[in-house]
Design a protein around this ligand. Structure first.
Ligand SMILES: [Mn+2]
Length: 306
């Protein structure tokens, strides 16, 4: 039997290239039985960065293609808030994978800690997208999202590419953004929710464990016991939002050591977090010791990932 092929889209700029390499390495290490077909799309990545990204996959069961994205294509998309326009690159999925039916887009503030194969075997039941809910989200009014539908995070998106193409979906998203530029706080995410809420299936939380799942306060609608179970079923860790980025030395996110371990396997292995100092090291230990870090305690053997 031939190996299954997993089509994966990552997008990055120069600033996030290191995290892109870490994300890619985590995918490779946790998917040894699959052939990986990866496209990295970016605006103006230097040749040196492109080489580092392809070196990350050297010798692995992984083909990496870098696509330089033409910024002119973004001209009709509004720039909203602090978000750079390259958040929209995922909307060109059919240009990056013209011959594939299913593609998984991942944000690069993510590490993968288990096989992604189940996503490629999943019955999408004729839907356009699969994505993970954000529990207790209060974004419905903003996105014109009917209350019976949940709001999803756009950092993990499984695309049915032919449906995306035939539905002219990128143009629908653009129109939504142009008419809602004042209210779209999370631009691409709000627009994808507003446009496709009834053409999406829901994936389990384990496929996009955003940072609040690791925090003590958690979510009002999920019991502490269930939170623990969800954490232990982790497959994709998403270091979303501020305050938990694992490349900050002072972060106490339980998966920070895993980020650092995958980093060691990339050409960025010499990275030293800018906030590293003896003083911060002591502070970090104290915060951890006294449970002041805001994260739920996890033992090293509870962490997933090769
Ligand atoms: Mn993200």
């Amino acid at each position: 039997m031939s190996r299954s092929t997993l089509n994966i889209l990552l997008t990055t700029d120069e600033r996030y290239a290191q995290h892109c390499a870490v994300c890619l390495r985590s995918i490779i290490d946790n998917n040894p039985d699959s052939q990986l077909n990866v496209v990295i799309a970016g605006l103006d990545l230097s040749l040196n960065t492109q080489k580092k990204l392809s070196d990350t996959a050297k010798g692995a069961h992984c083909e990496v293609r870098y696509t330089a994205f033409d910024a002119h294509k973004l001209a009709d998309f509004p720039q909203i808030g602090i978000y750079p326009k390259d958040i929209y690159l995922r909307l060109w999925v059919e240009d990056f994978f013209p011959n594939e039916e299913r593609v998984l887009y991942l944000d690069v503030d993510i590490i993968v800690v288990d096989s992604l194969k189940p996503l490629f075997e999943l019955d999408m039941k004729g839907n356009l997208l699969a994505a993970v809910d954000i529990p207790d989200a209060t974004s419905h009014d903003r996105c014109h999202l009917p209350t019976e539908y949940n709001y999803f995070n756009s950092g993990v998106l499984l695309f049915n590419v032919p449906l995306w193409t035939s539905g002219n979906c990128r143009e629908l998203v653009r129109k939504f953004l142009v008419s809602n530029a004042e209210i779209a706080l999370n631009p691409d995410q709000d627009a994808l929710n507003g446009c496709f809420y009834d053409r999406r299936i829901t994936l389990g939380y384990e496929w996009n464990l955003i940072s609040p799942f690791f925090r003590k306060e958690g979510f009002p609608s999920i019991s502490p016991v269930d939170m623990g179970k969800i954490r232990q079923s982790a497959k994709v860790i998403h270091f979303n939002g501020a305050g938990g980025k694992p490349w900050q030395f002072t972060s106490l996110h339980p998966y920070q050591p895993k980020y650092m371990a995958y980093l060691k396997e990339t050409p960025y292995h010499d990275f030293l977090p800018p906030d590293f100092s003896m003083l911060n090291s002591v502070k970090k230990q104290l915060r951890k010791h006294f449970g002041l870090d805001g994260f739920a305690p996890m033992k090293p053997n509870e962490l997933k990932g090769n």
